[in-house]
Ligand binder design. Sequence first.
Ligand SMILES: Cc1ncc(COP(=O)(O)O)c(C=O)c1O
Length: 304
Amino acid sequence: MKEVGEIWMNGTLVPFKDAKVHVLTHALHYSTSVFEGIRCYNTPGGPAIFRLSEHVDRFYKSAKLYSMKMRFTKSKVTEGIIKTVKASRHKECYIRPLAYYGYGAMGLTPTQNKVDVSISCWEWKMGESRAGKFSGAKCKVSSWVKIDSRSQPMQAKAASNYANAALARMEALDNGYDEAIMLNSHGKIAEGSAENIFIVKDGMIQTPPLSAGGLEGITRDSIIQIVEENGGLVTEGDLERDDLYAADEIFMTGTAAEVKSVTQIDKVKIGNGRMGSVTRALQKSFSDAVMGKDERFLPWLTFI
Ligand SMILES: Cc1ncc(COP(=O)(O)O)c(C=O)c1O
C-alpha cells in the first residue's frame, strides 16, 4: 500500500500513516463494521466519482441494519469522500468508507460503543479484476455455501459477510481458478465472492433476484439501466448451476470488477470459451458511462 494523501477519521483528515485504531476496537473482534467500495475515474472532464449518492445511501442502509448510530449526516460523509479524494491528489482511485463499532466496552454487545467512521482512498490498480477484463475469468463453484438473510442481513455490505466470501475466493485461487461463484442454501446461484453475476442465453440476459442472496450491486443496477436505455431487457430469475454451464456468455459486475467476462466454470467452457459479444458491448457501454462519454449517464458522475 502506497501511503499517499490523508484519511478522514471522524470528520478530520489525518496523515495516511497516522490513521490508527486501538487493538480493542469492537469491530476487530466481532466483525461489527460496514463499508463501501467506490471508484473515482480520471475522465476527460476531470476526476469523477461514480454513483456517489447511491454508494452513500447503501452505506447508511448497511449501518441501519447493524443498528449503528451514525454521528455524521449523509452530506457530511459525502463531503468527506470528496475531501479525501482531493487530498490524495489521485486522479483515479478506489474509495473505502468504513463505519465500525469502536473502542470502549469490550464484549459482544456493540451498541454501547460509539460508531467511528473513516474514509480512505488509494491508487486504483487493476489486480484481481484483470482476468475477465481481457481474456475471461475461470470460476469455480464454491464448496462454501453462501450465508443468507436467515443468519445475517445480506443487503448490508458488512465485514462479517466477507469471511464467507474470502473462504470461497481462497478456495478458488488455491484450485487454480480466478474467482468463486457461490450457491445459496437452496443450491441456486447467488453471486461471485464480490460481484453479481449475469448469464446470456439465446440473446436474453438474466441475473439472479436479490432474494437469491447477492448484494444489491450498484454496477448490477447500472448494467440493468444501460441495457434498458438501449432498448433491451434484463430478467431476474433464479439460476441453477446447469444454467451457468449451458449459458452462451457469463459476466460478472462490481465496482472493482466492472464488467468481467467468465469463460470457464469448473471444468466447463462457456460458449466458445472466449468473451462474448454481449459482454464486450456492455464492457464498452459501462466504460463510456464511467468515463463520462455517454451523456445519458452523466448524472451518475460527481466531478471533484
Ligand atoms: C458480495 C458482493 N456482491 C456484489 C458486489 C458488487 O457491488 P457493486 O457493484 O455495488 O460494487 C460487491 C462489491 O461491492 C460485493 O462485495
